[in-house]
Ligand binder design. Structure first.
Ligand SMILES: [Zn+2]
Ligand SMILES: [Zn+2]
Length: 117
């Protein structure tokens, strides 16, 4: 389904629900494992938002900025903005849902279309 401005709040709600399960996920992991350390580090950054200015400058919500673990390839990838339908290109294979102009205009995260929480 293409992104629509009315979706932003519910995308963010889903993000918050997913993030709220992280402490529970951590209890199931071994505290010396790489996964535990990585998830702990990401969750702490997500909670404290230490890079808020650069995060907001790049039009990215807290979930996509701190928690997104998708392994991004380094190849430029073409995609179509779901809001305006224009073709754009992205510097990794983890393509965003919106172009930067639409994300700025709607004040939403370029990657997921959720609110800039
Ligand atoms: Zn657009
Ligand atoms: Zn996002």
């Amino acid at each position: 389904m293409p992104w629509h401005p009315t979706e932003a709040a519910s995308i963010t709600d889903q993000h918050h629900q997913a993030a709220a399960t992280i402490p529970q996920q951590l209890t199931l992991l071994h505290p010396t494992s790489y996964r535990w350390r990585e998830l702990t580090r990401r969750f702490q950054a997500y909670t404290e938002d230490p890079k808020a200015p650069s995060r907001q400058r790049t039009g990215t919500c807290r979930t996509c900025f701190y928690l997104d673990a998708r392994l991004a390839g380094q190849a430029f990838t073409d995609y179509r903005c779901e809001a305006c339908g224009r073709q754009a290109s992205w510097h990794t294979t983890a393509i965003p849902r919106l172009c930067s102009a639409c994300a700025r205009y709607h004040v939403v995260c370029q990657h997921c279309g959720g609110s800039m929480d």
